[in-house]
Design a protein around this ligand. Sequence first.
Ligand code: GSH
Length: 210
Amino acid sequence: MYKLFYSPGTASMVIHQLLIELKQPFELVLVDFAAGQQKSAEFLQLNPQGRVPVLVDAEVSIYESAAILLYLTEKHQALTPPPGTKARALFLQQIAFLTNNLAPQFRFWFYSPDLGFDEYPLALKQQLQQNITSIWQQLDDQLTSNGPYLLGDEFSAADLMLTMYMRWSRNMPTTALAWPALQRLADLVRSRPSWRQLYQQEGLTEWAGF
Ligand SMILES: N[C@@H](CCC(=O)N[C@@H](CS)C(=O)NCC(=O)O)C(=O)O
């Protein structure tokens, strides 16, 4: 059985929802951030960066949400197009785009000590915000011409990842839902039973959409 080390509403949520979508049995192991468990010697053995998610699958232990997502979709041959196809190339591009462009902006947004600040100067905060909104614009343009999902008509695990990032913008001055095609994709993902189950299991309430 899979073991997912998680913290509610964080980067582990995409993997949690994916495991539900894949109908795989899994055990959730809460990493208590308030108690600093992510930096405990025991957890650092699993991920030297002290971050969730970590997935343990028998002798396999893997961290980095994108790597875990690719591992699981490949292993179960689901929620990803077949290898070597045009659709698969687009899928890989979308995952790489999200994790190389959007994810770091959010990491800096939520973790100012990463950039050496207790609290950001206004100009830096505004720049991060602008970086995020310009990515929303690019994604919205793409979904407007070839949506409603990141692979056009085909729902995939990439949509779960994008929805998680959109959720993280919920308390920003401009949220991802201000862009109509992003709102449409978020609504499609949030109407899935897996989203409801995720919310119940993680005890989430904000930005439920149901
Ligand atoms: N690139 C990593 C980022 C993981 C990450 O930043 N996780 C955050 C939660 S969203 C975390 O564990 N933070 C705890 C900490 O940094 O102390 C991934 O996608 O898995």
